[in-house]
Structure formats: C-alpha cells, structure tokens
Design a binder for this molecule. Structure first.
Ligand code: PMP
Length: 300
C-alpha cells in the first residue's frame, strides 16, 4: 500500500483511529515457532526483589527483559517491524538488498529478520550517524502496538511509573503514547546520559561532558521519532535505566501498592570487551567508581 507513510507523521494528540500507520496487535507465542522471528516480543516482565528492598523502596519494581528477544535486544522488534511495514507498503520484496546505517542492536535485529525472510542485508557503521537513520515510523509503532500492550496486559493496566533509556527515543515515544492513553497518570521518565542533547528544557543539556561510554543511548541530534514532551531527563542502557529508576521512584515517593516498570534494552553480551574487561574498566577509573557506588555494582 503505497499510501502508507514510512516517516513518523503521527502526532501525540492524534486519535488512534486517525493514525496514518498500519497497526497490529501482539501475537501470543505459538507452541511451535514457525521460525525464530516468532521469538521476538512477549519478553518477560520480572519482579525485582532484593534491589528495591536494599534501596528502601516500597513500590513494586518490574523489569521488561528485552534481552530475551531472538537477537538479544529491544531492537529486534523494530528490525522486524520496519521490514514488515516496508513489505506491506510494497517498498521491498525478498531478494532485495537492505542497507541500514547502525552501529548497534538495530543492525542485529535487521540482519536477523533479513536472514530469515530472504533479504540481503548490508549494515554500515557510520562515523557520524545521519538524520535519515531513525526517521522510520515503524520504530515507535512497534513499541506502541506491541511492547506497550504487553506491559499493560502484564500489569492489568496499572502502571504508576515507566522508565526507559533513550537513543532514537523510539522505545520511550511508542511506549509512553500508548501507556498514557490507558494510564494517564503514569509518570514517564527518560534516561539520557550527561553530554547528550535530548532533554528539555535545553538547560538540562548543559554539561562539561562531551563523551560517554554507555552505548545505544544519548544523541548529538534530535531524532524525529522522539517526542520529548512526554519525558523527563535525569542522568545517565539497562544499568542506567535501573539506576535512574530507583532515584526517580524515591524522588516521586512511590508507595506500597504502586508499580514501576523499567525497560532493560539488552544485556552484557554486546559489551564483553568493555564492561566485563577489568583492564578496560580500570583504564577509565570505572572499577573504583563501582566500588564507591555500592548499590550499582550489583546491577552492572
Ligand atoms: N539501549 C540500547 C543498548 C540500545 O541499543 C538502544 C537503541 N539505540 C537504546 C537503549 C535506546 O532505544 P531507543 O533508540 O528506542 O531510544
């Protein structure tokens, strides 16, 4: 359907019936998966016990473990969705070559979906990422249609706070739009590293930091899929989100009976030469820092 837009034209206050995009519903996991792409989505929502207790939190803390997706990250959802939406628009067909500039998880997600669906795929790693990279509406929509519905369903519609780290902002934009429609009082907290420029008001971006080691989050341009009006910056991928989530729960005074959901986008698998390397860690004084920040050493 060539009338379907590939760029993000959906505004936060547009009623869903007027959305120009194709919307889908989360599918239950089949007992026998026809292929590995069926193991994208339906990630586990897991209650944390010890960390909230050690931190003196009264509220329930649930983590959405996106590293259980087939390719290991939250980006498998958008890799598959971008390809399926492009197929639905008639833009691509199996046998075509897909080219994506990405240095990270999106490349893994697209490569996986391409391999299974029969596309050739070229992933380029840009020295500097271009604005074109994340204009793709299928990014937030994958989260609006599926990840958010999974969370709402898992929580029986009761979520008091949602915390997610932001790179393109596709995850937080998609999640917050849908969750705010169903739980208008839910606070949405975005996690963005010092040195990035995504926060509003602009004064929050003022920092001496121009380089940060955390991957996948933070930008030096504003990606078009990110709607900044529904998020708040603190500081700061999974460890950053959880660290900030705990601070945010304390700041907001979340009480017993209230519930916070934190998105864990991927796992240590992608960063073994960094965060699992004592040499790499100590060259940057991170080992010492971890020892000083007692609680965080158990999360990283
Ligand atoms: N964490 C990691 C490890 C990522 O790769 C990404 C994607 N860049 C994010 C968080 C942020 O996700 P989004 O681009 O949807 O904001």
């Amino acid at each position: 359907r060539p009338d379907l837009p590939s760029k993000c034209t959906y505004k936060p206050d547009t009623p869903l019936e007027k959305s120009p995009h194709i919307h889908t519903k989360p599918q239950p996991k089949p007992k026998i998966m026809p292929n590995i792409l069926s193991n994208i989505g339906n990630s586990p929502l897991v209650r944390l016990n010890r960390i909230p207790q050690q931190e003196g939190l009264q509220c329930e803390v649930l983590v959405k473990c996106e590293f259980f997706n087939a390719g290991g990250s939250v980006k498998d959802r958008i890799g598959l969705r971008m390809i399926e939406d492009a197929e639905a628009r008639g833009d691509i067909k199996p046998g075509d070559v897909l080219i994506e500039p990405t240095s990270g998880n999106t490349g893994i997600g697209i490569a996986l979906a391409s391999a299974v669906k029969g596309y050739r795929c070229i992933i380029v790693m840009p020295e500097k990422m271009s604005m074109e990279k994340y204009r793709n509406a299928s990014n937030p929509i994958a989260h609006f249609d599926c990840t958010a519905e999974e969370i709402l369903d898992g929580c029986d519609g009761q979520i008091d706070m949602l915390v997610a780290s932001a790179g393109t902002g596709g995850t937080i934009a998609g999640l917050s739009r849908k969750i705010k429609m169903k739980c208008p009082n839910c606070k949405v907290v975005g996690v963005d590293p010092s040195g990035s420029i995504l926060a509003q008001p602009e004064t929050l971006n003022k920092s001496d930091v121009s380089f940060y080691e955390v991957e996948g989050i933070g930008y030096d341009f504003i990606p078009t899929v990110l709607t900044r009006d529904v998020r708040k910056r603190i500081r700061g991928s999974s460890g950053s989100a959880l660290y900030c989530a705990i601070q945010a729960a304390k700041d907001a005074g979340l009480k017993k009976g209230q519930r916070m959901v934190v998105i864990l986008p991927d796992s240590i698998r992608n960063y073994m030469s960094k965060f699992l390397s004592d040499d790499w860690m100590s060259q940057r004084d991170f080992l010492e820092l971890e020892q000083q920040m007692e609680p965080s050493k158990e999360w990283c």
